[in-house]
Structure formats: C-alpha cells, structure tokens
Design a protein around this ligand. Structure first.
Ligand code: NAP
Length: 327
C-alpha cells in the first residue's frame, strides 16, 4: 500500500517537472508574465495612452491594441505623414476611436519636449496622459564596438536615454498631481545581458532599466507605476541586413499583447523572447558566470557574421559551423 502511494507521488512529481520543462521550452516570455491571463480592459478603458514611436513596428501595433481596449491614444514620431497614415488606418478600423497625432523629435531640447508634454495634456478635454509608453528607439545595425563613431553614440544615447528621461521628468509631475500614471518602457534583451554587436544600444537599454526601476522606487507611493519590457527579436523588421538565419522572432501582435498584459497586471519587469534567447536571459540573470561565459564564447563570431550575412543563430555560433554562410 505505502509502496503504491510512494510510486504515485514520484510519478506525480515527475509529471509536474515534465510539464514545466515543456512549458519553458515552448515559452515566448518569462513564466510570471505567461501566468497572467491577458490584458485587463478595465485598466485601460477611457484612459489616455501616449505612445512614442507610434508610426511603425511595435508602437503602431501598441496604438491599435490600446484603441481596441478602449483607450484614447496619442501617437508620436518624427515623420508626421507616417503618423497621419496610422491615425487614418485606426479610424478606418475603429470609427469611434479617439486618436491624436503629436509629432516631435525625442532628441530635441528641453523646451520642445516641454511643449510636446503641454500639448499631450491638452488633448481629450485635458484628460491627461495615464500610460506614457516610451517605445521610440534608435536600434543601430550591429557594428564592432571599436568602429562605432562618436556621432552615432550621441544619437543613440540622446534618443534612447536622454530624450526618454527628460520626457519622463516633464510629464511625471502632471501624473502625480492627478494621482496616478504608468510608464511602459521598451528596453530590450540588450538591457539585461550583453548582445555582441550592440555595445552602445545595450548601454542605452541598461541605462533605461536603471533609471526606471529607481524611479519606481521613488514614486510608487505617489501612484506612479513602471513596467520595463525587455524583448528579444520581434518581427518588426529583419534582424540584420541579409542575415536571416537568426533566432525566430516573436510576432509583433503577440509581443504587444504581452506588453499590455504586463502593464495591466502591474508587472515591474518582463521578458519577451522565443527560445533559446529566453534561456540565455534566464542563465545570465540567475547563473551569470555561465551566461557570461556563453556570451564571451560567441561574441566575436556574432559580430563578424552579422556583418557578412552569416548564420548567427546562437546554437550555430556555439556548436561550430560558424564559418558557414547562408545561401
Ligand atoms: N524590434 C525588435 O526586435 C526589438 C527588440 C528589442 C527591443 N526593441 C525596442 O522596441 C522599441 C520599438 O522597436 P521597433 O522595432 O518597433 O522600432 P521601429 O520599427 O524602428 O520604429 C521606431 C519608431 O521610433 C520612432 N523614432 C525613432 N527615432 C525617434 C526620435 N528621435 N524621436 C521620435 N521618434 C523616433 C520612429 O519614427 P520616426 O523615424 O518617424 O521618428 C518609429 O516610429 C524600440 O525602443 C526598440 O529598441 C525592439
């Protein structure tokens, strides 16, 4: 009798472990995020979401899904024609949608940013921004660390870090005055672990993680939430010119579904990536010695093959065939 119970327990534990392993192998996001049941409409409906970089890629899809969930949306980018096109598409699909276009350049001086914030606060009868989605970003093509110019460094840091932080400084007081607000920050896998070929992009995303986690600790008691989103490859564009043997990207609509899920469940940091990128993130976070060893091993090949159109999938870089080129 006891033997049978013990056997039953062993089989049960084995099955639980097996299910978890399979779940992790198929995961496209961290397991906390995957345990949530999708976006909460009640957290979004009627609120204003200001999305930077709303003219294409992830930002454009963020605008669509926020509208679908009943939010009033402001979209920003530099190119006003692209923004108007997105607005027209949204109104064609959702005739009752409330969408405003607010073009501006994140690298502008403080006065321009202050003006943009003032405008954002004036839309929708002065309802005020609740979700500030810092999505605009400068993602340079991979380049060896020692070849990057000081001008490129300046542009990346000004767009990804300085512009984003300054906008935050300027809009947060309005949110606090109203009693609440939520920053959704598009960081990256490159904000959690080294991504060879993206030294400055990685530095900019690490900076965002540091700034926004600290900001939350200062302002959460005043009603300000922060969700830092760290995606791996997302299918907004080919990862590198001519290099398609890379990791399988997460689709843009799935990525955005997960971002809004994370924000409406008030998660502090989430990771969105298919395997094996997700495993590398877990490894680097929880077993950094092993994770950093792995990245050191593949780093120089990744940079070289990203530039010449070679196969840059992690497994190929690790287990040989590194000289192979894609056809
Ligand atoms: N796609 C991925 O695989 C991936 C992976 C990890 C992280 N991310 C992050 O996710 C975010 C969105 O990525 P994405 O692939 O959707 O980007 P994307 O397709 O390149 O779009 C970037 C958006 O940002 C705007 N933008 C760029 N520079 C700007 C500036 N100086 N001022 C104002 N707006 C500016 C662009 O419009 P204009 O050019 O008209 O200004 C565009 O709307 C980025 O922060 C990126 O770093 C993406």
């Amino acid at each position: 009798m006891w033997d049978l119970i013990a056997l039953g327990v062993v089989i049960f534990v084995f099955l639980v472990i097996l299910v978890r392993i399979v779940r992790f192998a198929l995961a496209d996001a961290d397991l906390t995020l995957l345990s949530k049941r999708g976006p909460k409409r009640s957290e979004v409906e009627g609120k204003v979401a200001w999305i930077t970089g709303g003219s294409k890629g992830i930002g454009k899809e963020l605008a669509r899904q926020f509208v679908e969930l009943g939010a009033k949306v402001i979209i920003s980018a530099r190119n006003v024609v692209d923004l108007e096109k997105v607005k027209a598409e949204l109104l064609g699909k959702y005739p009752n949608a409330e969408v405003e276009v607010l073009p501006f350049d994140l690298t502008s001086d403080e006065e321009f940013l202050r003006e943009a914030v003032k405008k954002s606060e004036s839309f929708f009868s002065g309802a005020g921004v609740y979700y500030m989605v810092h999505n605009a970003g400068d993602d340079p093509l991979p380049i060896p660390a020692l070849e990057i110019t000081s001008q490129t460094i300046l542009t990346i840091i000004k767009t990804n870090v300085l512009g984003t932080i300054n906008l935050t400084r300027l809009i947060a007081p309005f949110m606090i005055k109203r009693g609440g607000g939520h920053f959704i920050v598009m960081s990256s896998t490159a904000g959690k672990c080294p991504v060879p070929g993206q030294t400055v992009g990685s530095a900019s995303k690490f900076a965002l993680n540091g700034y926004f986690h600290t900001l939350r600790s200062e302002l959460i008691q005043k009603g300000i939430d922060v969700t830092v989103v760290c995606p791996g490859p997302i299918a907004t564009k080919p990862l590198f010119k001519g290099t398609n043997s890379a990791e399988k990207p997460v689709t843009t609509d799935r990525c955005v579904h997960l971002i809004i899920t994370a924000a409406t469940h008030k998660l502090k940091e989430v990771w969105i990536a298919n395997q094996p990128v997700l495993s590398v993130m877990y490894l680097t976070q929880y077993m950094p010695t092993l994770g950093l060893w792995f990245l050191d091993k593949i780093g120089s090949n990744r940079v070289e093959f990203a530039q010449t159109g070679g196969n840059i999938s992690l497994m190929t870089l690790l287990f040989g065939k590194t000289k192979e080129k894609t056809g």
